[in-house]
Ligand binder design. Structure first.
Ligand SMILES: [Zn+2]
Length: 446
């Protein structure tokens, strides 16, 4: 029986730029090809679309896939779990080097198409294969890929089960155990249990929140929190702006629903809102009310704000980009009085997002909140729940799947260590059945 090789290409030393290669006999399968955005943003004036892969590798922005050069085998498929940039963002830079199809769920494939189209340096001509959760596809005489539905913080997310002669390998990168999602179905726990019973040789899973105790609250809780903040007030005439992740379609859908209760017209603003939400609407994942408008370009955003200012802020609920304080995003421009939407005393700004814990985003966010407060805004912070499993969710998944081996991915060493401690509590042994990998390393399991 062939050994199984696991090559940690990216995302093992950090949050972001996820990429793992599995090596079974002469077949190689790549899971995810992600970007690490903060490594790009600290360098001003970079236009990722025009940059060469080797330069982006040097910056630490995309996975260093040159480690795959020495591996004897053929890449059979590039398979992605969901449409976040830290899982698909490097496809336009790296995929053209492999003569392999890219397999992902339909929404994720839609986003990958947009990335490839926007790319200016390379031309990825890989076949794009949409596959739904619950489906299985053969990728070589020995291997097949199965998608299992999960919940996270965007839509159409899956775990990937790779069926091999050695048993199944489960790539479980980005999930939450959400039994009451506000959009889409709960995780397919029945199938996961069955898979566990059939026998799983190896599980690779995210570890970003493995150090946080307890269970990640359901997305339903975030919707209740938003409802509480937006509807539970006597100050119904003030200006209110909500900012959240553009790719968090369930969250945006919830805000749009609450806007209706408030008798306000929801307006989505920002380049990435245009990108993620319009695609979800076009593909039928969400149904928006007829009065909802999405404005992507700066010109259309400015025109819409001029109209809102003249008709009355109390009639509208702008949902905008810029919760991390990104320079040039809609909220930052509002904070600088760069649009006709003027913040006045008592206007509310609701952050339905966490602060990504890097020094640069913290600094940007601090500056943004300070400017908004100076103009009189009331700040509602952290009206949000995470899309990532916490420690007890990890405990639960690990015991459902009961793999022979487990490897924490998508995180730094501290996050991996938290995962290892949790795994040790349920009987795994470091270096024997739970393994720590760093970018560029290969682990062989015989
Ligand atoms: Zn994600």
């Amino acid at each position: 029986m062939d050994d199984i090789g696991i090559i940690a290409v990216g995302g093992y030393n950090e949050m972001g730029r996820n990429m793992t290669a599995l090596h079974v006999g002469k077949d190689i399968v790549i899971f995810d090809m992600g970007l690490r955005l903060d490594q790009v943003q600290i360098h001003e004036d970079v236009e990722v679309e025009r940059m060469h892969s080797l330069d982006l590798i040097k910056l630490g922005a995309i996975p260093d896939d040159t480690v795959l050069k020495g591996v004897d085998g053929t890449v059979r498929a590039i398979v992605c779990t969901h449409g976040h940039l830290d899982h698909i963002g490097a496809i336009s830079k790296l995929a053209h080097r492999y003569r392999a199809p890219i397999i992902a769920t339909p929404y994720t494939i839609g986003l990958i198409k947009q990335l490839i189209k926007a790319e200016r340096k390379f031309n990825a001509e890989n076949e794009l294969v949409p596959m739904n959760a619950g489906e299985t596809k053969e990728i070589s005489s020995n291997l097949s890929i199965e998608f299992i539905r999960v919940q996270h913080s965007t839509i159409d997310c899956v775990f990937i089960a790779l069926h091999t002669p050695r048993g199944a390998l489960l790539y479980a990168n980005d999930f939450k155990m959400d039994r009451t999602p506000t959009l889409g179905e709960p995780p397919d726990i029945q199938r996961l249990k069955q898979l566990g019973k059939e026998g799983v040789f190896l599980m690779i899973t995210e570890s970003t929140n493995a150090g946080i105790t307890g269970k990640t609250p359901s997305e339903r809780i975030a919707k209740d929190m938003l409802h509480d903040v937006l509807v539970g007030t006597e100050e119904t005439e003030s200006g209110i702006i909500v900012t959240t992740f553009s790719s968090h379609i369930a969250r945006i859908n919830a805000i749009v629903e609450i806007a209706k209760k408030m008798d306000r017209i929801p307006v989505l603003m920002g380049r990435s809102m245009d990108k993620y939400v319009k695609l979800a609407k076009r593909m039928g994942y969400i149904k928006f009310p007829d009065n909802l408008k999405v404005y992507g370009t700066r010109k259309t955003v400015d025109k819409a704000f001029a109209r809102i200012a003249s008709e009355g802020k109390e009639k509208y609920l702008p949902i905008v980009t810029g919760h991390q304080g990104e320079p040039g995003a809609v909220l930052e421009r509002i904070s600088m009085d760069g649009t006709d939407y003027r913040i006045e005393t008592g206007d509310k700004v609701i952050f339905s997002a966490n602060v990504i814990p890097t020094p640069s985003t913290r600094a940007n966010r601090y500056a943004l909140e300070t400017k908004l407060r100076m103009r009189g805004a009331r700040i509602y912070d952290g009206v949000h729940v995470s899309g990532h499993a916490c420690r007890e969710d990890h405990w639960e998944l690990l015991r459902i799947i009961n793999p022979e081996h487990v490897i924490p991915a998508h995180g730094n060493l501290v996050m991996h260590s938290s995962y290892v401690e949790m795994a040790e509590d349920t009987g795994y042994v470091l270096g024997d059945t739970v393994h720590l990998l760093r970018n560029g390393e290969e682990l062989i399991l015989g």
